[in-house]
Ligand binder design. Sequence first.
Ligand code: MF3
Ligand code: CO
Length: 290
Amino acid sequence: MKKLMKDAPCWCQSGKPYGQCHMDFDKKIDMYRRKFHKVPPRSIIKNEEQLQKMRESSKINVAVLDYVGEHIHAGMTTEEIDQMVYQKTTQLGGIPAPLNYEGYPKSVCTSINEQVCHGIPSSSIQLIDGDIVNVDVSTIYNGYFSDSSRMYCIGNVSPENKRLVDVAKECVELGLAQVKPWGHLGDVAQAINDHAQANGYTVVRDVGGHGIGLEFHETPFVSYVIKKGTGMLMAPGMVFTIEPMINMGTSDIYIDENNGWTIYTDDEKPSAQWEIMVLVTESGYEVMSW
Ligand code: MF3
Ligand code: CO
């Protein structure tokens, strides 16, 4: 790690002198590193200007999810959801981040029932009464990324499936409550996994959350199956997603070979996911997109 003089401009590009910006931060990071904690790299620590742009991006993301919530209904195709997301996002000055991302063909992911994530919108897929559907919206605004997702219950959902949706949301809320500077990502993970297990559910292991901001997916990979006190240290200025996939049955999953994207539960039992984008602050957290 490059050592800076205290009058030199800080590495975070705030323009402030290092001594008045991240010098104390670096001392703390160094201390934890010497104790063999996994510490965040400088590259994922955002400055206030970057955070402000991410808040603007997040505002669009939330508005798009609200808009979807107002219009989603039984009989609608997932292609229509895709069109809604594209139109609303661009009308607000944003770009849908999934579109053309590593070859992804649509503006949003729509994952129904046993689809765990990355369901691709299609004019041949119609929402029907009783479906539970995750709509995962991600936005680029002025080059800055935001990402969050919600579950929508279509018409009369079975009590069993409704409970899955509710518990998946509680999992995110309990994980969020663990976000604080100098805690570990494993604290978030264990709170989530414990609640899922207590309700008889499982947590998907191979897909998780991610850092976000200047890129769609930044380090770290955010697992929900690691233990309290392990994983990367959380530090002020870090932004990541909490997006556990909670399965009613087995945690085993498989990927659709035909499209290379969509992930399903192995036992075809339903899966639910909510995604929140959160900033670690000096005193706790700030929800950016939810
Ligand atoms: N929003 C998803 C996530 O949480 C994005 C998946 S990549 C896509 O990471 F291309 F499928 F959109
Ligand atoms: Co995400």
